[in-house]
Design a protein around this ligand. Sequence first.
Ligand code: HEM
Ligand code: HEM
Length: 286
Amino acid sequence: MTHRLSQILALLTFCLLFLGGLVTSTGSGLAVPDWPLSYGTLFPPMVGGVRFEHTHRVVASLVGLLSLILVATVGFEKRGKPVRWLVISSFGLVVLQGILGGLTVLHKLPAPISIFHACLGPIFFCSVVALAEVTSPEFGRVAEKGGVGADLMSHRQPLIAILATCFVFVQILLGALVRHTGERIWFHVGGAVIAFILITVWVSRTLGASESKSVARPALFLGLLVVVEFFLGIGAFAFKRLEGAPETGLARILFPTFHQTVGALLLALCVLVILRSKNFVGPRLR
Ligand code: HEM
Ligand code: HEM
């Protein structure tokens, strides 16, 4: 039950991240000026930017509700302490994220709060993906054998794995800085090159050492997606930040939105590859 629910929650959160990106990209952040209600009601007329902002709020409420249900289900199922802590901290994160969303509206989108909100979303997504992974029956079987994937402890893998994951997060932070202040784009581009190199080295070593598809598949996806992310970033730059870029148009909305969502997916894939690597997982995680 916890596993199924957390899979659904991960999928719903992914949609929510995309919707959040649409709110920012369409400039609809202040389309609904009040919070927690929307124009004093639960369902305002869905016109203009309200469509994006209110849909984001409704889906966020569903995500919050599902996270609360998960707290209850782990209480019923006899799960280990780490899973219980993961569920409780995910719930804490979603509450904080909701409050930040509300605060950014009430204070008229100050950059620090919007950036915090933009960075916490992917962290919450990772915690839910981790939850779906560690509660899966396959993870249990693999954990009992000490893991079947690439050996995380050999070839300096832990260092590269952690550095690559941290760099993806730094990129999310720097990307949010560019998005909400228009500043430091060249730091973000420089960071992208470092993240790209780290991920490529990590993925190739993982594929070389991997004995099972369960780690090879997400590692390969990670390697391919970082290339896609690069092109989406160039698109976002060309259609939004380059001098003479068009003031309107679908590309101006979609490139940054997909770029932002794929950033969160990259971070989640890093977490998944680490969790599936040999010697990292253990029965104690259950
Ligand atoms: C609970 C889970 C939530 C998640 C995972 C989430 C995620 C996101 C993401 C990823 C963005 C895009 C940020 C960016 O592109 O820089 C965003 C934007 C936004 N979200 Fe949320 N959000 C959540 C809840 C809420 C709630 C409850 C509100 C309430 C009003 C809210 C209001 C906003 C606003 C106004 C923006 C646009 C900010 C801006 O343009 O500066 N969010 N959200
Ligand atoms: C590993 C590579 C990269 C990652 C993980 C990454 C991640 C991100 C994320 C998550 C955001 C949005 C943050 C938010 O919504 O608050 C962002 C914004 C942005 N990124 Fe990247 N990025 C990468 C590479 C690049 C590259 C190569 C470029 C090329 C110039 C680029 C250009 C941009 C621009 C222009 C924005 C702001 C978009 C806007 O103003 O709406 N990114 N990045």
